[in-house]
Structures are given as C-alpha cells and as structure tokens.
Design a protein around this ligand. Structure first.
Ligand code: DC
Length: 229
C-alpha cells in the first residue's frame, strides 16, 4: 500500500444497507473537512455500466475487462467520475439497486476496485464507507465504525430517500430487497460484510441523525491531537 502523507488518517465506516452510513459518512467528512469516499457508489457505477452494456453477472470475462479499463477520479471532496462521467444520477435506480449485489460479489470486480479505493483514500485524510473498509481495504484504519439498524427502520429510511429523489418507493418491496441484499452481502465468498473485531458498533435504530454523526466526530476529534504529534 502507498505510504500516506504525515497526519493522514482513515475513518472506516462499514455497515448494512440503509443503516444511514452514506449520509452519516458524508456529514462526518464535511465536519472534519476531509474526503468522503462512497465505495458502494463505485460498485453501483460498475453495475450501471455492466447493465448499460447488457452484461449479465455471469459474463465475468467481459465485466473484468470493462472494470480493468475504467478510469476513476475523485475530486477534493470525493465526488467520483468514471471515464469522465458523473454517474451519481444513474446509480440509485431500483434496477441498479436490485442487481448490485450480484456484480459486487464478482472477485474480478473487487480485485479491480480495491486498489483504486486505496489510492484515493491514502492521498489525504478520508472517511471511507462500504462493507469491507475496516476488514479488507483499510485494515489499519485509525478509526473503525460499524453501523447497524433494524430492517424496518432501514426500509422506512430508504423509502423516504427514494421519494425525495422522485423515485418510486414501495415499503414492502424495499424491505424485501434490503433483506436479500443483506444475505447476499454477508454470505458471499469474497470480502463479505463482517464486523471488524476492533470496530465500534453504532446501532442507529433509536438515534437521531445528529446523534450518530456526533458519536463519530467526537470520537475522532478527541483522538486527533495524538495523531499529529
Ligand atoms: O452502500 P450501498 O447500498 O450503496 O452499496 C451498494 C452495494 O455494493 C451493496 O449491495 C453492497 C456492495 N458493496 C460492497 O460489496 N462493498 C463495498 N465496499 C461497498 C458496497
């Protein structure tokens, strides 16, 4: 792994779908003034591109070839482009959400994305979020959190998020999709979602958004002086 600059630190946030990871990670990064890397967005982008080309998840040779050739760029805030395209408006649709676990489990896809995630995260202090941040991609991260919440609370949140983006959000369908993704993400052979032994678990079911952000920001700020010594 590339040698990080002095004072560099990683805040790794893993957790289940809909635990509030993405919005929390984004706000934590903004409060700390550091980069936010949403690795789920990278797996979603690969899924969107594979669907666009008509590749089914069994076409691993074609998908591997496509992923190896992608040029990823993150700006100072972590906004991602792939081959110069901003796909943020394309990757939250139900089609991508329903298919993403089947593409994210392909070893060649993970093999291609992990070095890119490390390269982006090691350049400057960063909040990195995903499923395998604390276990596989950044096992030496200074701060490790695992966000959890009950399936019902998570489904309600996802429906609100979809509705706010003017996308259809059916509670029963969202709950079913979340449970299916949970078991696929936890049961897959390569880099499954597992709790790192040294991660702090945050159950957000009964927490306010501010509350969950504060747990992480306070924790980091308390330890920062010792990092810069
Ligand atoms: O966090 P999210 O729902 O946007 O993630 C989309 C999918 O990508 C999800 O099914 C799990 C997968 N993922 C992964 O396998 N590894 C990561 N580091 C991040 C996401």
């Amino acid at each position: 792994m590339e040698k990080p600059p002095p004072g560099h630190y990683i805040v790794a946030i893993d957790g289940v779908s809909g635990s509030g990871k993405s919005s929390t990670a984004k706000t934590v990064a903004a409060r700390l003034g550091i980069l936010h890397l949403d690795t789920g967005a990278m797996y979603r982008a690969v899924t969107f591109l594979a669907l666009e080309k008509g590749f089914s998840p069994v076409q691993t040779v074609e998908i591997a070839d496509m992923v190896e050739g992608l040029d990823w760029h993150a700006d100072a805030k972590g906004k991602l482009t792939v081959d110069g395209r901003d796909l943020s408006g394309n990757i939250r649709t139900s089609a991508v959400t329903a298919a993403v676990s089947d593409y994210a489990r392909i070893p060649e896809v993970r093999h291609a994305l992990v070095p890119v995630q490390r390269r982006i995260g090691m350049r400057q202090p960063a909040v990195v979020e995903g499923r395998d941040m604390a276990t596989v991609v950044f096992p030496d991260a200074r701060f490790k959190f695992f966000m959890d919440a009950s399936p019902e609370v998570r489904a309600e949140r996802r429906v609100r998020e979809l509705v706010s983006m003017n996308l259809p959000g059916d509670y029963a369908e969202v709950l079913k999709n979340l449970s299916e993704r949970d078991s696929k993400d936890s049961g897959r052979e390569h880099s499954p979602l597992v709790l790192a032994p040294d991660a702090e678990v945050i159950d957000t079911s009964g927490l306010t958004f501010e509350g969950q952000v504060a747990i992480i920001v306070d924790h980091v700020l308390k330890s920062l002086p010792s990092l810069t010594k």
